[in-house]
Design a protein. Structure first.
Length: 175
């Protein structure tokens, strides 16, 4: 009986060490890295949805989010699937946004010189435009009343795209 009790204490101790390591020894990732985006995204999505949508376990994606694990890399097809799932869950498209940021950063040195406060002001203006566009679309006097017409949806999506563009520029200016 004592041997069994000691064995379970040993298992409990091992579990405590593993959990301590997970909590205290979390790896830091570069802010705009694929690994950071993947880590953040799998934290927002449901495990069963990830498995169902990609055919791969959340454990696989955790390994891919480890910057030191060179044996597990995120495939582009999986990133696209995760972005689509993220969009369906109303969490945006982090991988597409990141790729856009990288391309813009590489080919547009002027973006690096923009100042943060100017970008924040621009974001505020675009959000105001988005709010006005949405309010007009939901107004009872709009073409379809309180329901949003197809043309109004297009205007709202364009306003959202403008906000996202300004947020991307802000990210570049603080990188």
């Amino acid at each position: 009986m004592n041997e069994y009790f000691s064995l379970s204490k040993l298992k409990l101790f091992k579990l405590m060490i593993i959990n301590y390591y997970k909590i205290i020894m979390t790896k830091l990732r570069d802010p705009l890295s694929i690994e950071k985006i993947l880590k953040d995204l799998i934290g927002k999505l449901k495990e069963n949805e990830i498995k169902e949508f990609t055919g791969k376990s959340i454990s696989h994606f955790r390994k891919c989010s480890d910057p030191d694990d060179k044996d597990h890399n995120l495939h582009l097809a999986d990133a696209i699937k995760l972005d689509m799932l993220s969009l369906k869950s109303q969490n945006g498209s982090p991988f597409l946004d990141n790729i856009s940021l990288i391309v813009n950063n590489e080919f547009n040195d002027q973006e690096k010189l923009e100042d943060v406060s100017r970008n924040l002001i621009a974001i505020g203006g675009r959000i105001g435009n988005l709010m006005d566009t949405t309010e007009q679309a939901l107004h009872p006097d709009s073409p379809q009343g309180e329901e949003i017409a197809k043309k109004e949806k297009e205007k709202i999506f364009n306003a959202i795209s403008q906000v996202e563009e300004k947020i991307a520029r802000l990210k570049l200016s603080i990188k």
